[in-house]
Ligand binder design. Structure first.
Ligand SMILES: Nc1ncnc2c1ncn2[C@@H]1O[C@H](COP(=O)(O)OP(=O)(O)OP(=O)(O)O)[C@@H](O)[C@H]1O
Length: 337
């Protein structure tokens, strides 16, 4: 098992409250991702679950049992850090088996557990090496292996891929998704990265200034955000926000994703047009991003599939697809229907 419940959890450092009453349920076997801007409290929340920070008030429970007062080592939780946190003087094999050794596990059992984890992670040829003799990606796999060997109730990951280069990030992300499927374990994962959150999560928790803004499945948050913050945070490139009043609409703000904003080099080609000037074009290979400066709505992003020859400084006309638009009130709350 490994279901986690947070009930009205708060955290203050001195007079500063950084977690302001969080309620959350993570089911057994679920992959839950915490996202939010820098400083919103993602790591603090994770560290409270691990027992590395005290909880100021509220309750943290695993499988219904309160763990607030339980020492980190007794929580049956394994944490994987961005910095790997491996012992430099120990081999890969000994780093992976250390927690079991400290717990007095028989040698044969440790060898079986480390061997199995090494096999799952493709670490078998590296078992005799020390961390200094490994690449960043290999070190992170050892850190993940060390967590697997302990067979924890809960895996916690604190931005585990942020020290890896782009290609390795993708490969390790796929590896983590596979491990989650194979182990069926509960995992909580902190990231800044949009793509990691969307691709790994069963459930995304969007945090802002120590509060939960919205919880949901990735595509539900993408297709049905509750407010401008979530709408702007989930999805890359970011959703455009247009002043709806100037478009003759009744809501205060209209949100439109870059792929739902049509662009034309000639006026009158598409309805409901907004005139603007191209300020920047990014050709990404499979897609082109065109940044258009408009008088009423500031800078808007258009996402086109394939390669296009729009030139900087050209005047263009944009047209939002009304069927794909989101509407918000003056406080940024979503207006539905
Ligand atoms: N030990 C501490 N003492 C005082 N303030 C702290 C301490 N640890 C964290 N904070 C503050 O708590 C807030 C939340 O920090 P936290 O590291 O949890 O954010 P985060 O969402 O993980 O940010 P990032 O994405 O930048 O890592 C920040 O404002 C931070 O400055």
């Amino acid at each position: 098992m490994g279901a986690l419940t947070l009930s009205n959890v708060t955290k203050s450092f001195g007079a500063t409250e950084v977690i302001a009453g969080v309620d959350l349920n993570v089911e057994h076997g679920e992959f839950c991702v915490f996202v939010g801007p820098s400083g919103c409290g993602k790591s603090t929340l994770l560290r409270m679950i691990a027992g590395l920070e005290d909880v100021s008030s509220g309750e943290v429970a695993i499988d219904g049992a309160r763990i607030n007062e339980l020492a980190p080592a007794k929580r049956e939780i394994a944490m994987v850090f961005q910095s790997y946190a491996l012992y430099p003087h120990l081999t890969v094999r000994d780093n992976m088996g250390l927690a079991l050794k400290q717990a007095g596990t028989p040698r044969a059992e440790i060898a079986a557990a480390t061997g199995k984890a090494a096999q799952m992670l493709g670490l078998e040829p590296l078992m005799a090496r020390r961390p200094a003799e490994l690449s960043g990606g290999q070190r992170q796999r050892v850190a993940i292996g060390r967590a697997i060997v302990r067979r924890p109730k809960l895996f916690l990951f604190d931005e585990p891929l942020s020290n890896l280069d782009a290609a390795l990030r993708v490969a390790t992300r796929i590896e983590i998704a596979r491990l989650h499927r194979e182990l069926g374990a509960t995992m909580i994962y902190v990231t800044h990265d949009q793509v990691e959150a969307m691709t790994l999560a069963d459930k995304i928790v969007v945090l802002r200034a120590g509060r939960v803004e919205q919880v949901g499945r990735p595509m539900d948050l993408y297709n049905d955000p509750g407010n401008t913050f979530v709408a702007g945070f989930i999805g890359s490139p970011q959703m455009n926000f247009l002043k709806a009043g100037s478009l003759g609409l009744r809501s205060d703000l209209m949100g439109i994703r870059p792929e739902h904003l049509a662009i034309s080099a000639e006026a009158g080609q598409i309805g409901g047009q907004i005139e603007g000037r191209i300020s920047h074009v990014e050709k990404l290979g499979g897609e082109t991003l065109v940044y258009v400066l408009t008088e009423d709505h500031g800078l808007l992003t258009v996402r086109l599939f394939g390669e296009h020859d729009y030139a900087v400084d050209a005047t263009v006309w944009l047209s939002p697809d009304p069927a794909r638009a989101f509407h918000f009130d003056a406080d940024g709350l979503r207006l539905r229907g």
